[in-house]
Design a protein around this ligand. Structure first.
Ligand code: FPP
Length: 246
């Protein structure tokens, strides 16, 4: 029996977050340039989006470019931006056809102007789609996002719109880039690294973490289904004891 058949569709995670890692190593293993790994990585993104839509996952968030990735050699940064632009433009029609909304989180203003424009256009075109929301984390880091939220709340206090005592989890969450989505129940990281690398730190307070040695360009929907089966075997206690859960 395949992993898909083992999934209990009544207990799906609503939101899956993925750190897509290992493109460079995958390419090196093939004797190719790193960028080739990113190109094949895009095929993995497409397959995973299709897999999510197929089984009914409502939110998929992928870490496509971190704040720290700006420190990579300029040729790789440029190639990633080009790849992003070409992928967005090639895939918008497919997203529309499949009722998928494209969303982006991160310091979008720091991206090249062409990237911002094409991203915005694709987001506008797919804004009313409801089957699944695909969020690209671009120039994103959780510490950046949390600091931005703290600044906005401080400003609201300064402007006497709220009192310090009004600041609670709900108000804080509402200042984050993920304000319109539930926290991820499952986070997958490929390539054998066991870190969260500044991704969705606030939102992952109770997320189940799944690590696999598979490199991102090799990660396809059957691997996603395997991760979901593993997730469904876990008991999520949120600080309680087993006997309290039912
Ligand atoms: C990590 O592998 C991957 C990235 C930093 C970029 C991920 C980007 C893509 C899959 C393509 C663009 C995505 C979209 C949605 C258009 P790595 O380079 O860190 O690999 P390594 O750890 O083996 O060096």
């Amino acid at each position: 029996m395949g992993f898909k058949e083992q999934i209990d569709i009544t207990r799906l995670p609503e939101h899956i977050a993925i750190i897509m890692d290992g493109n460079g190593r995958w390419a090196k293993n093939q004797g190719k340039f790193r960028v080739f790994g990113h190109e094949i990585g895009v095929l993995s993104v497409k397959d995973i989006v299709e897999g999510c839509v197929d089984i009914g996952i409502k939110y998929l968030t992928v870490y496509a470019f971190s704040t720290e990735n700006w420190n990579r050699p300029i040729e790789e940064v440029n190639a990633l931006m080009e790849l992003l632009i070409s992928t967005i433009n090639q895939e918008t029609a497919t997203l529309t056809k499949n009722n998928i909304r494209l969303n982006a989180i991160g310091d979008i203003a720091s991206l090249p102007q062409k990237c911002i424009d094409d991203l915005k256009s694709a987001m506008d075109k797919t804004a009313n789609n409801t089957r699944c929301t695909l969020t690209l984390a671009l120039s994103y880091s959780a510490k950046w996002e949390i600091l931005e939220a703290a600044r906005k709340l401080a400003q609201q206090v300064k402007d006497q719109q709220i009192n310090v005592e009004d600041i609670n989890e709900e108000r804080f969450s509402a200042q984050l880039t993920t304000l319109d989505m539930p926290d991820p129940e499952l986070m997958i990281r490929t390539s054998g690294e066991h870190r969260v690398s500044n991704f969705l730190l606030w939102q992952m307070a109770y997320t189940e973490l799944y690590f696999t040695d598979t490199l991102w360009p090799d990660f396809r929907r059957e691997d996603l289904f395997e991760a979901i089966v593993d997730y469904q075997k876990r008991e999520r206690r949120f600080g309680k004891i087993s006997e309290q859960l039912n």
